[in-house]
Design a protein around this ligand. Structure first.
Ligand code: GRF
Length: 223
């Protein structure tokens, strides 16, 4: 087990409820982590206000001040590296990342996505699950690679779609599961039970052949 807490940087574009869940897990003593930076592409992001309130350094970079995506991403990743982060968590960061710029972070960067990947990469996941007539929906945490929402999935939380669910209600019902899923995965990375072997995730030293599943007691291997 590592003796020093993992140093985490978080990127978020919006309200930051997943960041809040990570901070709450640390407050409860369930996450051995130091938050070294919260960054955003939106100066108005709620996530930045949460970080300020928690005395975490913040960074707001405006993509419009850069000539192109790669220039923005390279500057962003340079600043994240300078923060000393070991792990980068994308928690509602609503930007496509440049494949070359992100390469040094492969294996050290995770994202939470509101669908049961590989279903519904990209936007409007709740609506697309409803339109497809799915009976199940969920959220995934995956390692980030150059393929949008396409990196190896680490863990998933599932819920049954109800007859009354609309897009908003489904999103609202899924969120509390996301708030358990993300800290649970970060915890596994912090304790090094989950590792990246250069190609794929390993869990307790074994290749992870299917995503871990969030149950009432936390994450478990899929049956
Ligand atoms: C979450 O639904 C997350 O899965 C998605 O963006 C949303 C962010 O919400 N990637 P919040 O800003 O953490 O409240």
């Amino acid at each position: 087990m590592p003796t020093t807490p993992v140093r985490i940087a978080v990127l978020a574009s919006g309200r930051g409820s997943n960041l809040a869940a990570l901070l709450a897990a640390r407050e409860r003593g369930e996450l051995s982590a130091e938050f070294v930076l919260v960054g955003s592409d939106k100066a108005s992001a709620g996530a930045l206000r949460l970080a300020e309130a928690a005395n975490i350094p913040t960074l707001a970079l405006d993509p419009r001040s850069y000539p192109d995506r790669r220039a923005f991403d390279l500057d962003l990743f340079t600043r994240i590296a300078a923060s000393g982060a070991d792990l980068l968590v994308l928690a509602g960061f609503m930007r496509i990342l440049d494949g070359e710029a992100l390469t040094p972070w492969i294996g050290r960067m995770i994202n939470i996505h509101p669908s049961l990947l590989p279903k519904y990469r990209g936007l409007h996941t709740h609506r697309r699950a409803l339109e497809a007539g799915d009976v199940e929906h969920g959220a995934s945490v995956h390692f980030v690679t150059a393929e949008l929402d396409g990196g190896p999935v680490i863990a998933q939380a599932q819920l049954a779609i109800g007859a009354d669910d609309d897009e908003q209600q489904l999103a609202q019902r899924l969120l509390p599961l996301e708030h358990r899923l993300l800290p649970a995965v970060v915890n596994l990375l912090a304790s090094q039970r989950l590792q990246w072997d250069g190609q794929a995730p390993r869990f307790d030293g074994q290749p992870l052949s299917a995503p871990l599943v969030l149950g009432v007691d936390g994450l478990r291997l899929a049956e």
